[in-house]
Design a binder for this molecule. Structure first.
Ligand SMILES: [Zn+2]
Length: 194
């Protein structure tokens, strides 16, 4: 997915103060692997990444557009890596999840959850953030499987909604409530794996 910033925080002198704004702008998800807080066990597993590392771009340390919400593992893998001018000429750079959807533009997901780069940018990003590490393969396999289940459940809900019109009035309300309960569960799954 591509993230868009809608928050407009005031200027702070300590980048950590931006955390609540970042959580909202990044929809409580890691900018790079896209796992969200519900999957990882809460906000304690998330950190602030400087997209352009402060070892090279010290002036951007408190610059909100340079701050990205990430899981601790992606942040650790990315660390202070940055491309060189020579490599950049060959397209070797980090995909910017605030500017592009790297999962559609630069990467392709294979059946087992593995990512195959489509571009130099995809290869650089995948290698340096280790996007094919085992925990992410497992997460993508689970997301694909649950995505299919969500589709099946939505189709079932649509059928049941049609059926509610044909049952006796006494049963109709009970059936509607049950359908609504299923819809709520589907919605929770979507929030977790969407
Ligand atoms: Zn991550």
């Amino acid at each position: 997915m591509q993230f868009s910033r809608t928050e407009n925080p005031p200027r702070f002198e300590n980048y950590r103060v931006y955390l609540p704004f970042l959580r909202r702008d990044f929809r409580r998800s890691c900018a790079y692997c896209e796992r969200n807080e519900l999957v990882l066990g809460g906000e304690d597993f998330f950190e602030i990444d400087h997209f352009r590392p402060i070892s090279r771009f010290a002036e951007l340390v408190n610059h909100y557009p340079n701050l990205y919400y990430t899981c601790a593992k992606c942040n650790r893998c990315k660390a202070s890596t940055w491309t060189s001018d020579t490599a950049l000429n060959r397209g070797l750079r980090f995909a910017d999840p605030c500017q592009e959807d790297m999962y559609s533009e630069h990467l392709e997901q294979l059946a087992g959850g593995e990512l195959r780069p489509k571009t130099s940018c995809g290869a650089y990003t995948c290698d340096h953030i280790r996007l094919n590490r085992p925990d992410l393969l497992q997460w993508r396999q689970g997301r694909t499987r649950i995505g299919a289940e969500i589709k099946a459940l939505e189709s079932l809900v649509a059928q049941l909604r049609t059926m509610t019109e044909t049952v006796l009035a006494d049963d109709r309300e009970r059936l509607r409530q049950q359908v609504s309960a299923v819809e709520s569960r589907v919605q929770r799954l979507r929030e977790q794996y969407g």
